[in-house]
Design a protein around this ligand. Structure first.
Ligand code: HEC
Ligand code: HEC
Ligand code: HEC
Ligand code: HEC
Ligand code: HEC
Ligand code: HEC
Ligand code: HEC
Ligand code: HEC
Ligand code: HEC
Ligand code: HEC
Ligand code: HEC
Ligand code: HEC
Ligand code: HEC
Ligand code: HEC
Length: 410
């Protein structure tokens, strides 16, 4: 056995101790991601196959003397150069494959410490048993050494599940760091369409292209490859969103992405939809015989805060103060007689804030009889007989300068 073969045998016994994951080949072939280069080992490749006779000679060459591997002339001279030394060492591969030489920046550490045959076997010795003379299938190769938790958490990135490490990493060398084939976000845009990151309103960390502030590339315990749960709070102050007396349910549960696109959006404030609130709250609740103008225009946030509030029902302010932000307060207080429920601020006892069953957002059609006894107005009592539709003809429902809320002085 010559030196090279002994080397190979040693390496094989070493690698059998390394644990690695097996990928069901069927799954790989079914995957839309299966790159053609993975599909099969190739043995028809036109690459110099050196005879065993040449071999001992070839790898004896003095370092650095040969030309680059370009064409048969270079090959011939490399072989010639190889004939003058006694021993084979892995680094001789780089006499020809100089891109991977020790002076290269960003070299895979295993090349420096172990050499080419950490991954290739019997290169140039004969027909390729495997694609590129690799020692094992490409999908099994990297995880022989890189098999840790980093790659096996609950949420796995699809190309990692299918062990297609070389979609992002160059096996040999890269100046980008971590052997990456390109920088973020271009690396990611190879597979993820860039449009959704570039809509009108852009979230600055995503627009910066630093996807890794929020995502891990391989696998995570949290969903969507997020670095952690509650990732938003690593930059936004938690108290500002979830630290109030009343906290909106989806905020409480940390589902910020139900309302905001974390990357970009065509809506202001990165909202996922124009009529956001009725994505979850049934639109029927905001329809009726009369609809409040700000509700009709879906301006829910004129009355509600989206995240949290000190007032009940996430209101920006309690009623009636809320109503007076748009309606003139003087219409409801200050006159001689103020209707009791108006005085006590219970606008909502007569008006629905969203939409009413009757005109003027009334909560009920016979609104006055919700509190006043209908029988008192049938003409048998001291009040004149009156239909419910007429009450506001004589009485102002809110306030008046005249007794009994009468619109006109008697
Ligand atoms: C005498 C020069 C020379 C030496 C020494 C040499 N190679 Fe090559 N190698 C070439 C040339 C030329 C090619 C074909 C051109 C190319 O792909 O760059 C090639 C191609 C390859 C390929 C690609 C095969 C393919 O299917 O595309 C691999 C892998 C390879 N060499 C590995 C090695 C390894 C590992 C060593 C050391 C054991 C080595 N080579 C030593 C010249 C050499
Ligand atoms: C960590 C494993 C690993 C090591 C170590 C390694 N290679 Fe490779 N090499 C690969 C893989 C994987 C491919 C196939 C890449 C592909 O096609 O996706 C490859 C492909 C090649 C090719 C074909 C050209 C190319 O870029 O696709 C050459 C040439 C090559 N290797 C030479 C070498 C030489 C020379 C060394 C030692 C200096 C070496 N390799 C060390 C994994 C390795
Ligand atoms: C024979 C073992 C072995 C194989 C096979 C192997 N690696 Fe490595 N790899 C290493 C070692 C050792 C290191 C250095 C580890 C360290 O620094 O902690 C390393 C480091 C790396 C790094 C980090 C580089 C840096 O700049 O920090 C990446 C990325 C990497 N390998 C990717 C791959 C990929 C992709 C493959 C398959 C093509 C692969 N490795 C196959 C042993 C291996
Ligand atoms: C989607 C692209 C992508 C794929 C696929 C991918 N990686 Fe990575 N990998 C990265 C990025 C980006 C980094 C550097 C940033 C980081 O770790 O946060 C990295 C870093 C690494 C590192 C060095 C840092 C560390 O975490 O130890 C190793 C080793 C590594 N990858 C190995 C692999 C292996 C093995 C596979 C295949 C099972 C693989 N990668 C698949 C993108 C990828
Ligand atoms: C080689 C192609 C490829 C590259 C490169 C790639 N991805 Fe992916 N990624 C996928 C595929 C395939 C899926 C799963 C398909 C899907 O659900 O849309 C996925 C899913 C994801 C998911 C969702 C995971 C989940 O559990 O739903 C995130 C997040 C993600 N990728 C982020 C990234 C980031 C960040 C980068 C760049 C560092 C990147 N991807 C690069 C192919 C890729
Ligand atoms: C500010 C944090 C943040 C940054 C930065 C970020 N993402 Fe995300 N990304 C998320 C969150 C949160 C989700 C989960 C959305 C969800 O649950 O619907 C997500 C989901 C994804 C998904 C899964 C598809 C989906 O919408 O469900 C992909 C793919 C993705 N991100 C890619 C990227 C890429 C590529 C970058 C860099 C350009 C990036 N992300 C930057 C937070 C971020
Ligand atoms: C890495 C830091 C960082 C993380 C993590 C982060 N953000 Fe931001 N976010 C920012 C910065 C910076 C701004 C811009 C602040 C400004 O303009 O005042 C911003 C702005 C926003 C805006 C307002 C956008 C606008 O157009 O006014 C929203 C909404 C937002 N982030 C939601 C989120 C959500 C949801 C998450 C979690 C998925 C998140 N952010 C995670 C840094 C971050
Ligand atoms: C129910 C939907 C919803 C949820 C869930 C939600 N938001 Fe918002 N967020 C909004 C709306 C609506 C606005 C715009 C408010 C406005 O225009 O006054 C907004 C605005 C913002 C802004 C911009 C603040 C400003 O004043 O400009 C940030 C930052 C933000 N949200 C972060 C978050 C974070 C972080 C979470 C998760 C804790 C989250 N949001 C959850 C609906 C939501
Ligand atoms: C992702 C789904 C979702 C979206 C979008 C959403 N909500 Fe909610 N909202 C809920 C859930 C869940 C509750 C709690 C259960 C319930 O009361 O129906 C709730 C409750 C409320 C409450 C009652 C709070 C309390 O203390 O009783 C108000 C008010 C409210 N939402 C307003 C809004 C407004 C305004 C918007 C738009 C900015 C909005 N919601 C968007 C899911 C959502
Ligand atoms: C004019 C102010 C105003 C507007 C605009 C408004 N609301 Fe309200 N909303 C209120 C008031 C006041 C309450 C409390 C009613 C009560 O007393 O129970 C309320 C209550 C709610 C509740 C809780 C209902 C319950 O039974 O607990 C939800 C959900 C809600 N609003 C959603 C919305 C949505 C969605 C929009 C936009 C389509 C919207 N609101 C627009 C004032 C408003
Ligand atoms: C954000 C501003 C705003 C707030 C807050 C507001 N309203 Fe209105 N309201 C309007 C507008 C605008 C109209 C339509 C006025 C017009 O048509 O002249 C209106 C009309 C009304 C009407 C007449 C409806 C009809 O069908 O003619 C009633 C009743 C009413 N509001 C009651 C209330 C009550 C009660 C509150 C407090 C819970 C309130 N409003 C809070 C803006 C507001
Ligand atoms: C006792 C029932 C009742 C209460 C309580 C009440 N309203 Fe009214 N409101 C009515 C009726 C009835 C009408 C329509 C009759 C009319 O004026 O022609 C009306 C009409 C309105 C209108 C539209 C017509 C106009 O007057 O401009 C507004 C706005 C309004 N109310 C606001 C409020 C506010 C704000 C409160 C709380 C401060 C309130 N209402 C309390 C019964 C009530
Ligand atoms: C939410 C209950 C409620 C509703 C609805 C209601 N009222 Fe009243 N009303 C009262 C109370 C309480 C008083 C005070 C009774 C008392 O002092 O004995 C009152 C008193 C009055 C008075 C006498 C005021 C005075 O100073 O003598 C008139 C007139 C009146 N209401 C008219 C109406 C009309 C018209 C309607 C329908 C538009 C109506 N009310 C609806 C609760 C209501
Ligand atoms: C034609 C005008 C007119 C109509 C219509 C009318 N009222 Fe009156 N109402 C009056 C006058 C005048 C008084 C004062 C009676 C008095 O001094 O005896 C009064 C007094 C009242 C009072 C306070 C005194 C009491 O009897 O307790 C209430 C409450 C009242 N009306 C409610 C109503 C309701 C409810 C309606 C509709 C069903 C209505 N009114 C319709 C003219 C009217």
């Amino acid at each position: 056995m010559n030196t090279l073969n002994r080397n190979t045998a040693q390496r094989r016994s070493k690698s059998s101790f390394l644990s690695w994951w097996t990928l069901p080949i069927a799954a790989l072939l079914l995957s839309p991601l299966a790159a053609p280069s993975l599909a099969a080992d190739r043995s028809d490749h036109e690459v110099p196959r050196l005879s065993l006779g040449d071999l001992g000679d070839l790898f004896d060459g003095a370092a650095g003397r040969s030309a680059g591997p370009s064409g048969s002339e270079a090959l011939t001279s490399a072989i010639a150069a190889a004939q003058s030394g006694p021993s084979f060492k892995d680094k001789k591969c780089v006499d020809c494959h100089r891109k991977f030489g020790p002076e290269a920046k960003g070299l895979h550490p295993i090349i420096t410490s172990w050499g080419c045959d950490a991954c290739h076997v019997d290169a140039h010795l004969g027909p390729q048993q495997r694609y590129k003379w690799l020692s094992t299938d490409l999908t099994k190769l990297c995880v022989r050494c890189h098999g840790g938790k980093e790659f096996n958490n609950k949420t796995q990135h699809s190309p990692v599940t299918f062990r297609m490490c070389t979609t992002c990493h160059d096996p040999h060398v890269s100046e980008k760091g971590y052997l990456l084939t390109s920088d973020e976000p271009l690396l990611c845009f190879d597979c993820h369409k860039s449009d959704r990151f570039l809509r009108r309103v852009r979230h600055s960390p995503a627009a910066d292209g630093t996807c890794s502030t929020c995502h891990r590339p391989h696998s995570t315990e949290s969903p969507k490859l997020l670095v952690k749960k509650g990732v938003c709070f690593s930059c936004h102050d938690k108290d500002e969103f979830a630290g109030g007396k009343v906290v909106h349910a989806p905020v409480q549960s940390g589902d910020c992405a139900r309302c905001h696109d974390p990357h970009s959006s065509d809506q202001d404030k990165l909202l996922v939809a124009g009529d956001l609130c009725v994505q979850c709250h049934k639109p029927e609740a905001f329809q009726g015989a009369s609809v409040h103008s700000p509700v009709a225009s879906r301006d829910c946030s004129s009355c509600h805060r989206p995240h949290k509030s000190e007032a009940r029902k996430l209101l920006t302010k309690d009623t009636p103060g809320l109503c007076f932000t748009c309606h003139d307060e003087r219409e409801y207080k200050g006159k001689k007689v103020v209707h009791y429920p108006v005085k006590s601020g219970e606008c909502a006892s007569c008006h629905s804030p969203h939409a009413g069953a009757a005109p003027f957002l009334m909560t009920a059609a016979k609104i006055c009889f919700e509190c006043h006894d209908e029988k008192e107005f049938d003409g048998t009592g001291k009040h004149i007989k009156a239909d419910h539709r007429w009450c506001v003809g004589c009485h102002n429902p809110h306030q008046s300068d005249h007794e009994h809320l009468l619109r006109k002085k008697r």
